[in-house]
Structure formats: C-alpha cells, structure tokens
Ligand binder design. Structure first.
Ligand code: NDP
Length: 340
C-alpha cells in the first residue's frame, strides 16, 4: 500500500519534502466482525485547507485538527469499495469522503464519513470538486450567505479555482453581473471564455486593486465571494455597496504567513452596512442531495462546466498540493492514482 506520509509540522510555505512516499503491506479484507469498509482510492483531492492541518497550532474547529507526523496525509478522495463489513456498503460501490493519501484506506464508521456516488455519467473525478466539497462550498456560500438577486454585482477572488469557477457560473445562472480575479493571463481567459464571467483581471498585473475594482464596479460591489483575504479584502471593503454581503470562504493569501496581514478599511463595514459571514462546507453536508438536485441537471444541460488539473500518480501528490500556494493549478487540482 503506497502512502504519502506527513513528515513534520510546517511553518511558512509547505514544500514537497514535508511529505514522503512509503510502501506498507495491507490486508485487503476488513477485519472479521468489524463494520469498516476497505476502499481503493482512485482520485485524491488537493485543497488549500490542508495547509492548516500541517501546522501544530490548536485548531479553531475540531474538523481541522493537525495531521499526525508519521501518518498519511488525510484529504477528500473518490474511491471504490473493495471489501465491506457494513450492511449499507457493497463491494464495487463508488464513494467519496475523507481518506488517507494511500492506495487503499480502511474506513471505520463509513456511514458517517462516506457519500455514495449515484451519478456516474459524469467524470468520477468531479466528486473531488464540482460534485464534492468545493461544489457544496461554492453553492451554499453564494446562496445561503449572500442571497444573490438578479442584476446584483458579484466579485470572486481566486476565481478560476475549484470553488471560484463555480461561484461565478452559479452567480451568472442567477442573473448577476460577475467579475473574477486570478493570477495569470491563461486563467483570466478561462474566466471570460469558458466560465462566462462578464469581466476578469490578473491581480498580479494590476497593482492598484482599488482602482481595478472601481473600473469593473463603478457602482460598487453587492456581493464579494472571499477566497484570498489580506490586501484584496481591504480593496474590496472600499468598494462595497450599501448592504453588501461578503461570504468569508477562504483567505489563502494568509495561510503561509507567520504574521497575518492587517485589514485596515474596517469602518466601511459600518457605513456601508456590510454583512460579513464566515462558513465551513461541513455546515452544509446535510443538504448535499438538495445541491445535487440543482447541479446535476445543470451539468447535463451544459449550463455548468468544470476545469480540472489532473496530476498522474500518487508520487506526484505532494507537488500537486504544494502547487496550490503558488497558483500552479489551472482549475481544480486532482491526483489520479488508480483506475476503477
Ligand atoms: P483553488 O483551486 O482556487 O487553488 C488555490 C488558488 O489560490 C491558486 O490556484 C491561486 O490561484 C490562488 N492563490 C494562491 N496563493 C494566493 C495568494 N497569495 N493570493 C491570492 N491568490 C492565491 O482552491 P479552492 O478553490 O479549493 O479554494 C479557494 C479558497 O476557498 C481557499 O481560500 C480555500 O481555503 C477556501 N475554501 C473554503 C472552504 C470552506 O469550507 N470555507 C472549502 C473549500 C475551499 P491564482 O493563480 O489565481 O493566484
């Protein structure tokens, strides 16, 4: 059983060498009498929150406890059941949920940790992104936290990534004007040409973000879907419209800093009557089927598209994860490690 092992706690930017590959033996049967499920992992998901689990700071939410040095990295994955002691899971079924970064994982308490996959007319890897945790995050962060109305003006940062590309497409389906920012010309073109954003800009080339936002939102921003934090949040606060809403989804620009940057324009929250609300995808997992009812027909009708960046082989998983923090990924970062 090849595994990606977490070497030791990280400070600053994570490196490939913070993880290493090892091979252990594994019994391909669940222990006699247990209700566990043994799965073969097919796709591993690389997600920015995993950086937080690489530090040894006490987690602010128990779902984000530190990885154990010497144990496999944990993350979302798509897998196939190869043996089961649980009556609700049968050999051959496809599932997604949190697994170890390894070829085979033994999942105890599968009824609390695994979602079964019923729609297989879409790429299975989508269950790490569009049809998995990032999709839930994009949909409920936009609809539940920001309540978009037709004609409202929406700004999305890290807009070409796993979550951002969906936020923009969902907001367009809801009749909004949508602008995204991303870190390369290639990504900016994707936003406009593939995902249907009205406008997009490369934040690495625009040095005055306040001026850029004023150009794209002369009347101000109704909804900001926050993925990056720091100075971008500061620039956005100067451009919010009265009663604007900000979904605090992520702040990737801060995850590797020893000292988080200060945010200065907080008084705008008062005078513009802005609502800022944080949320975690897990808050909405119980509404997964409601999300599928919306999104699966939209995919089948061609109204929603999805771009993935698929690395091949478990040995390339550490580089793929680290690459999120320099924007190496174009679209949702996945690692394909086995065929069904
Ligand atoms: P992405 O697929 O967007 O990958 C990360 C991207 O972030 C990179 O490609 C890069 O794109 C951008 N980035 C990296 N460093 C910086 C930086 N210093 N400043 C600005 N942008 C940077 O990731 P996800 O879509 O999976 O996640 C997006 C955000 O949503 C993250 O903050 C994540 O933590 C958060 N999140 C929150 C969840 C929740 O439950 N609240 C659940 C899932 C995600 P670029 O080239 O454009 O810079």
């Amino acid at each position: 059983n090849k595994q990606v092992i977490f070497k030791d706690y990280v400070s600053g930017f994570p490196k490939e060498s913070d993880m290493f590959l090892t091979t252990t033996s594994i019994n391909l049967k669940v222990p006699e009498g247990s209700k566990a499920v043994l799965v073969k992992n097919l796709y591993l998901s690389c997600d920015p929150y995993m950086r937080g689990r690489m530090s040894n700071l006490p987690p602010e939410d128990p779902n984000f406890s530190s990885f154990q040095p010497g144990s496999p990295i944990q993350g979302f994955a798509v897998a196939k059941v190869v043996d089961s002691g649980h009556p609700d899971f049968k050999k051959g079924e496809l599932v997604w949920g949190v697994m170890g970064w390894e070829e085979y994982s033994l999942v105890t308490a599968p009824d609390q940790r695994l979602f079964k996959i019923y729609h297989t007319d879409v790429p299975l890897s989508y269950y790490t992104g569009l049809l998995g945790m990032p999709g839930i995050t994009a949909y409920f962060g936009l609809t539940d936290i920001c309540s978009p109305k037709e004609g409202e003006r929406v700004y999305v940062s890290a807009a070409s990534g796993a979550v951002g590309q969906l936020v923009g497409q969902f907001a367009k389906l809801m009749g909004c004007y949508v602008v995204g920012s991303a870190g390369s010309q290639e990504k900016v073109e994707l936003l406009k040409d593939k995902f249907g954003f009205d406008e997009a800009f490369n934040y690495k080339e625009e040095h005055d973000w306040n001026a850029a936002l004023k150009r794209y939102f002369p009347e101000g921003i109704d909804i900001y879907y926050e993925n990056v934090g720091g100075k971008m949040l500061d620039a956005v606060l100067l451009n919010m419209r009265p009663h604007g809403r900000i979904a605090a989804c992520g702040m990737i620009s801060q995850y590797n800093l020893q000292q988080p940057e200060g945010v200065h324009n907080l008084t705008s929250i008062i005078y513009k009557r802005v609502k800022i609300e944080g949320f975690v995808s897990f808050d909405y997992f119980s509404q997964y089927s409601k999300f599928l009812d919306f999104v699966v027909p939209s995919i089948r009708e061609g109204k929603i598209t999805y771009v993935e960046d698929i690395a091949q082989g478990i040995e390339n998983a550490p580089a793929a994860l680290v690459g999120l923090f320099s924007g190496r990924n174009v679209g949702k970062q996945v690692v394909a490690i086995a065929h069904e």
